[in-house]
Design a binder for this molecule. Structure first.
Ligand code: PEP
Ligand code: MN
Length: 366
């Protein structure tokens, strides 16, 4: 529900926000030039629009029919009035005391192994990343990734070290200062992972696991939420609403490729970069790209990364390995892992491209 109030009726705004809270909803107050708008989040059926319209200064009320109203950028009323909400800045603090912020003017670098395979393997990658972060002065923009619980298409493949991997990630994160993101696959893992990781990942296979989405929405940590392999944008955003409705709007959407006409002959899935500006246009949430799982082959990853950068994604998540490790010794997604020396070139590309301002039309991508 949206409630539009004349700007000078400050007391009415306060009274209505209290009323909204008393009905167990959340008021999102937006201040316009002439009107103040209260966007009610949650189940607004208990609020009587006719009663609210009797408050002094209330111009009109209307109910929103969008299926992702908590995260939508534009709030549009019956008479096509539009109010734009502020973009969400999603903050991920690290053990080094620095905060990584997903926001429009900033590109966040997430990198690390597909799976945590051993302490040495993970530590050497994380140390390499921390070195690059310091060399390029992007420590406050870098996050470590690593899977502890791995969703695998075939049950006999390596499915992650589980709790042992969390111990490794904790230690490596503490030593390097980098915060880490790791996937939760089931409700039973949420409390444990949320008490340790800095950001929780929902993988593509769980994209419509609504109970899990609600559970992570209550966990009090930022969420990296991947698109389902065949998800339409509307389905993806509606599912993100399950997280947001729990009071957690710290959601970063991640495009990772969708099923299309390709079947692994030259890529793993089809990267839909067009979704990046669409998400920015429709929601308040930041969006990043995972070129590793869409490309599936290391040679293709850099080009998709650069594409994500040009499309003004708020960051990219890349699976990396050290330069000296034998590729065939990697137990998970070996083919798509990028050597750190190549990843360094992507950092250079990104930092160089930040100097160029792309602006083609009345519809700039950010
Ligand atoms: C991952 O990032 O570790 C992963 C399993 O990716 P996805 O869910 O996109 O397949
Ligand atoms: Mn992987």
């Amino acid at each position: 529900m949206i409630i539009e109030i004349e700007k000078e009726y400050v007391e009415t705004v306060e009274q209505i926000t209290n009323l909204v809270r008393s009905k167990k909803c959340r008021p999102d107050v937006l201040y316009g030039d002439f009107y103040t708008v209260i966007a009610v989040e949650g189940d607004a059926t208990q609020l009587d629009t006719q009663y609210i319209e009797t408050y002094p200064g209330v111009v009109r009320t209307w109910r929103i029919s969008s299926s992702y109203k908590t995260i939508s950028r534009k709030v549009i009323g019956e008479n096509s009035q539009k109010v734009e909400r502020d973009r969400r800045h999603v903050k991920v603090p690290g053990p080094d005391g620095q905060i990584r912020v997903f926001k429009d003017s900033q590109f966040i670098f997430i990198a690390g192994p597909c799976a945590v395979e051993s302490y040495d393997h993970t530590a050497s990658i994380a140390e390499g990343l921390a070195k690059l972060a310091d060399k390029y002065n992007i420590r406050d923009r870098m996050i470590l990734r690593g899977g502890a619980f791995k969703p695998r298409t075939r049950p006999w493949d390596f499915r992650g070290l589980g709790e042992e991997a969390l111990d490794i990630l904790d230690k490596v994160s503490e030593n390097t200062g980098l915060p880490y993101v790791t996937e939760v696959m089931s409700i039973t893992q949420v409390d444990e992972v949320a008490s340790r990781a800095d950001m929780l990942q929902i993988g593509t296979r769980n994209f419509q696991n609504f109970n899990l989405l609600e559970a992570v929405g209550k966990a009090g940590k930022p969420i990296l939420y991947k698109r389902g392999v065949a998800a339409e944008l509307e389905e993806w955003l509606s599912a993100a609403e399950y997280i947001a409705l729990q009071g957690n709007k710290d959601i970063v959407l991640c495009e990772r490729g969708v099923k299309s006409t390709t079947h692994g002959d030259y890529n793993r899935s089809h990267l839909d970069l067009d979704v990046v500006p669409a998400i920015k246009d429709r929601t308040i949430l930041p969006v990043i790209v995972d070129p590793s799982h869409s490309a599936g082959i290391a040679d293709l990853v850099p080009y998709q990364f650069c594409g994500a950068s040009v499309f003004k994604a708020n960051g990219a998540m890349v699976e990396v390995i050290t330069d000296d490790i034998e590729r065939k010794s990697i137990r998970c997604d070996a083919r798509q892992a990028l050597r750190l020396s190549v990843y360094e070139k992507l950092i250079q590309f990104q930092l160089e491209s930040e100097k160029i301002k792309l602006d083609f039309t009345e519809h700039p991508l950010n």
